[in-house]
Design a protein around this ligand. Structure first.
Ligand code: FEO
Ligand code: CA
Ligand code: CA
Ligand code: CA
Length: 642
């Protein structure tokens, strides 16, 4: 990760906690990843906030939040004030997009040039950087006047509004700085850029140029316009940003049963392409699968781009497979292969790991940029005895042959879901963010929920039928605390926590937090539906949720240690305004600022642009609710959470 290479402060921390031994993992809640003797969460001293549900966001008393970027805020100088009634696609392309999700903070070294991303990252500048933010999807009934409900808006949206939506999706790069008045965007920055559904991109890796990626508009199968469904992502130590393409199927319209090629028909069904999806295909024919049956195959990838070079062309990385990518996060060690972990966020889908063929060479940008192009993708098998195995998705090996309909490695990657299932990977409860704690070198898998899991489908790694509250697994690669071998094909795993109220009557919704007794979880310390996760510089885990309103309170952030006596003891730090989920969480390298995305505020219960549930954050009768990024910090300047 960009800010986690050669960190002298962290080295010191490893030394302090490094006496711990590798856990003897079993499929229980009990053992820790590293059993560090000291608990990082002793430093989580903030006063917890309560569970609430209202039109505000909530923070502990000693904290402030700057409203940094809202949908429609200009990214250029001298722009007019935001007015959604007259918003055009051209104007939206110069403004912050809709439904902000993943956030990468990329430090700026004032002395470095474009192409020197690693130098920028190593500056660890925590006062000035590039905020790189995904814009996952659009909601026309909350963006525009005149739509009575979500259904009529998404099926009947006008051509003009489709163009605005496509310009509001994708990604934003915004230079920001910390001033005496708080965090502010730098509007005259040459780094500021929008990536939209119309940004030209290259397709690279084993599937590039394959016949299944060719369209009438692109007979080469290597050039595609734009990205969509940009949920979470990742960062590389060479200074590039990874953007995931998650729920891309909803952008496409048409009946997969009418597609002549049965392989594509099955493929399109897998990703939820259907006749009554949003009607973009009426106005932009490439989103109609009857016109371009291969266009969906050009989405569902991880995208890499260089935020420090505003002229760089993003690349879709086919080596990381095609599915509903939540994100991919890296474990980077000098002279070792890059290892990346990701999830496919759908019911009964899989956890993946990628290992590069080459090794990471610090300061060698052109070498490192090929590491995510050439490598092997694996799917995870979580055995009931607490052991696990990574299964390689390689054409010609095991069942991945012509007998099962695979022509080549491109087919294996385009149909990664089918390949992983044939290999015997473990179907999971909607894998979201998968990220490694640099303190103990264990990897944490957020499993948000799975209401489709039948009682005869439960296993040790997915232990609840109709899982409504989600859970978190801990992957323990072989090796010592803080120095594990992520490229090993075997691992141990533990259940880190089961989401939910520890006192719930229904055992399928009853939470369990490490080995803690229910009485040690505070009234607002429990949560459900883990989605994104981040680690602060002291190794505390910060979980963002998506779904707590089903249990009567807001989504938000919960922080906890992964080691020591307070392992898996969550403390509630942040609460969203009603209707929103929280995404992103991202720390500056010094841990003193925490950025969060508040996505889809005022969503649900018949809320529309004309009659919204509330109007966070502006609370202005002239403005709709707006997805926004907050910059959170302690007013006394100390580290967040300390
Ligand atoms: Fe877009 Fe998996 O949350
Ligand atoms: Ca997510
Ligand atoms: Ca994350
Ligand atoms: Ca989610």
């Amino acid at each position: 990760m960009c800010d986690e290479v050669e960190d002298p402060g962290r080295r010191k921390l490893f030394k302090a906690l490094g006496a711990a031994t590798a856990a003897g993992a079993t499929a229980s809640l009990l053992p820790g990843c590293g059993k560090g003797e000291k608990s990082a969460s002793k430093n989580l001293t903030f006063a917890e906030i309560p569970h609430t549900l209202d039109a505000q966001h909530h923070l502990p008393e000693e904290y402030s939040a700057d409203l940094l970027l809202r949908w429609g805020d200009p990214l250029v100088e001298n722009a007019s004030s935001f007015d959604p009634a007259i918003l055009t696609a051209t104007e939206q392309e110069k403004r912050f997009g809709y439904n902000n999700d993943f956030i990468a903070y990329m430090p700026l070294d004032e002395e470095a040039s474009p192409g020197e991303g690693e130098r920028h990252c190593k500056s660890r500048n925590s006062e000035r950087g590039l905020l790189c933010v995904n814009h996952e999807y659009t909601q026309p009934h909350l963006m525009f006047s005149g739509y009575n409900d979500e259904y009529s808006a998404t099926r009947g949206v006008s051509a003009e509004h489709v163009a605005v939506e496509q310009a509001a999706c994708g990604h934003a790069i915004v230079e920001i700085e910390r001033t005496a008045d708080g965090w502010q965007p730098v509007l005259n920055s040459s780094y500021n850029r929008r990536i939209t559904l119309n940004t030209p991109m290259n397709i690279v890796g084993p599937a590039a140029g394959d016949s299944r990626l060719k369209t009438q508009a692109d007979p080469s199968g290597t050039r595609v316009f734009g990205t969509v469904g940009n949920c979470a992502g990742g960062k590389t130590p060479w200074g590039t940003v990874l953007i995931a393409e998650e729920g891309f199927g909803g952008a496409f319209q048409g009946d997969p049963d009418n597609i002549a090629d049965p392989q594509e028909s099955v493929n399109h069904h897998t990703f939820g392409i259907a006749p009554d999806n949003r009607n973009w295909g009426d106005h932009d024919r490439r989103f109609d699968i009857a016109v371009e049956p291969h266009e969906p195959n050009r989405f569902g990838w991880m995208v890499e781009y260089d935020p420090y070079d505003p002229t760089s062309t993003p690349r879709k990385l086919t080596s990381l497979g095609r599915f509903e990518h939540e994100g991919f996060t890296l474990v980077s060690k000098p002279n070792r292969p890059i290892v990346a972990y990701g999830g496919d966020d759908d019911e009964h889908q899989f956890v993946y790991r990628y290992v590069s063929t080459g090794s990471y060479q610090p300061n060698d940008f052109s070498h490192n940029r090929e590491l995510l192009v050439d490598g092997t993708l694996y799917a995870g098998q979580f055995n009931d005895d607490g052991s696990g195995r990574w299964l390689p998705l390689l054409f010609g090996q095991g069942p991945l042959t012509a007998e099962n309909g695979f022509r080549n490695q491109a087919d294996v990657l385009i149909d990664a879901r089918r390949a992983a299932a044939l290999l015997g990977a473990t179907p999971m409860d909607r894998p979201e963010d998968v990220e490694t704690n640099p303190l103990n070198d264990c990897t944490y898998v957020m499993l948000t929920k799975n209401k489709k899991r039948d009682s005869d489908e439960i296993d040790a790694a997915n232990p609840r039928s109709r899982n409504a509250t989600g859970h978190v697994l801990e992957i323990v690669p072989p090796g010592q605390f803080g120095q594990r071998d992520h490229s090993s094909d075997t691992f141990k795993w533990n259940t880190f926590l089961l989401g939910g109220n520890p006192n719930a009557e229904n055992p399928n919704e009853r939470g369990a937090y490490g080995q803690r007794s229910p009485g040690t979880i505070s009234p607002s310390g429990w949560f459900a539906n883990p989605d994104n996760v981040a680690f602060d510089p002291r190794g505390n885990m910060w979980i963002a949720t998506d779904g707590c309103e089903d249990f009567g309170f807001h989504d938000g952030l919960w922080a906890m240690a992964t080691e020591g006596e307070l392992r898996a003891a969550p403390k509630h730090f942040f609460g969203c305004p009603q209707g929103a989920e929280v995404c992103g969480p991202e720390f500056t390298p010094d841990g003193k600022t925490l950025f969060v995305s508040v996505q889809h505020p005022a969503d649900g219960r018949g809320s529309t642009f004309d009659e919204p549930m509330h109007r966070w954050p502006d609370q202005d009768p002239a403005l709709p609710p707006r997805p926004s990024v907050l910059a959170i910090y302690r007013r006394d300047g100390r580290e967040v959470g300390s």
